[in-house]
Design a protein around this ligand. Structure first.
Ligand code: SF4
Length: 312
């Protein structure tokens, strides 16, 4: 008989800061977290003031860079330094398409953890995930990632490998990454493809339970967010995670919503458009309940509900 997995909960104390719209890749499943036309954020007095307002209104401890590809913002180091000096923990998602020198600068600027999005270890498999079909370019992308991952290991930097599984056709590609992570003793997580609903969930179950014959030993739930990670152990004891979405809606955001919901309420995303900061609460909708100037958000019922949920 299988033992029940342990349930761990933590309160959401993180926001996603969408620092750029740009990215050198063209992943077929990319949703750019709901926006395709945002500014590159710069660290200046206005950014600092806005971050202070948000920190004062929420129990904010962590900022996670997203986008676009965060490192496509050439001033990412300045943002990271600024946020770190406010006492915030800074983390990033990245596809690691930068030099070792830039990597060192990003680390020195205060980024504490890197979630590397890695799609494949062969150019043939990599271009299956891309709209751009160029094998030479794909080979270079993979080489850059491997170099940065090796450097991170040497420097003992906190990294995770994330790979998206959209359908069962992705299992071979994901298994290659899993084997690479296991061999190099690096944390790895399989992510569901939000745009592919149940098909992606079924594929995740297949790789973890049928192919890897792993057993779930823990679930981590983030209160105040739809984020949930299930942790598995394979037959050799190697641990890996599966990122899932759990039911978590906000009354003030979701009541009466007719969208086909892909992500539920995940958390707060902050982005900049034409020099002004906006809060995005949903990647499927853009209306006055789900997308608003930061100033409005600070007075909103949505913020009250988020804080009430976190203080329960
Ligand atoms: S689509 Fe957005 S607003 Fe609608 S239910 Fe889902 S999270 Fe809520």
């Amino acid at each position: 008989m299988h033992e029940q997995p342990l349930i761990e909960t933590e309160k959401n104390s993180s926001i996603r800061l969408k620092v750029t719209n740009r990215c050198p890749w063209e992943c077929t499943f990319c949703h750019k977290e709901g926006s395709w036309d945002i500014d590159d954020i710069r660290w200046n007095q206005a950014t600092e003031d806005n971050m202070k307002k948000l920190t004062g209104a929420l129990n904010l401890k962590e900022v996670h860079f997203s986008g676009g590809e965060p490192s496509s913002n050439s001033r990412l180091e300045e943002i990271s330094e600024g946020l770190s000096s406010m006492g915030l923990e800074v983390k990033t998602t990245s596809n690691a398409q930068f030099s070792e020198l830039r990597f060192k600068k990003l680390i020195d600027s205060g980024i504490k953890s890197f979630n590397f999005s890695i799609h494949a270890l062969t150019p043939e498999n990599f271009i299956k995930t891309q709209n751009k079909k160029d094998l030479y370019w794909a080979k270079k992308c993979i080489e850059k990632q491997k170099k940065i991952i090796a450097r991170a290991k040497e420097l003992n930097i906190n990294i995770k490998l994330n790979t998206v599984i959209s359908t069962e056709d992705d299992i071979e590609r994901a298994k290659e990454i899993y084997d690479f992570a296991k061999k190099n003793n690096i944390s790895v997580r399989f992510l569901n493809d939000l745009g592919n609903g149940q098909i992606s969930i079924v594929a995740l179950k297949k790789i973890s339970e049928d192919i890897l014959q792993a057993e779930k030993f823990k679930e981590k739930i983030v209160t105040g967010s739809s984020s949930k990670t299930s942790y598995y152990k394979d037959k050799d004891g190697f641990e890996f995670g599966i990122k899932e979405i759990r039911n978590n809606k906000l009354k003030t955001l979701c009541e009466g919503c007719k969208e086909s919901c892909t992500e539920q309420f995940y958390g707060i995303r902050l982005e900049q458009k034409d020099g002004k900061f906006y809060v995005r609460l949903c990647i499927d909708r853009k209306d006055e309940k789900s997308y608003m100037p930061l100033e409005e958000f600070l007075e909103s019922n949505q913020l009250k509900e988020i804080n009430n949920l976190l203080n329960e």
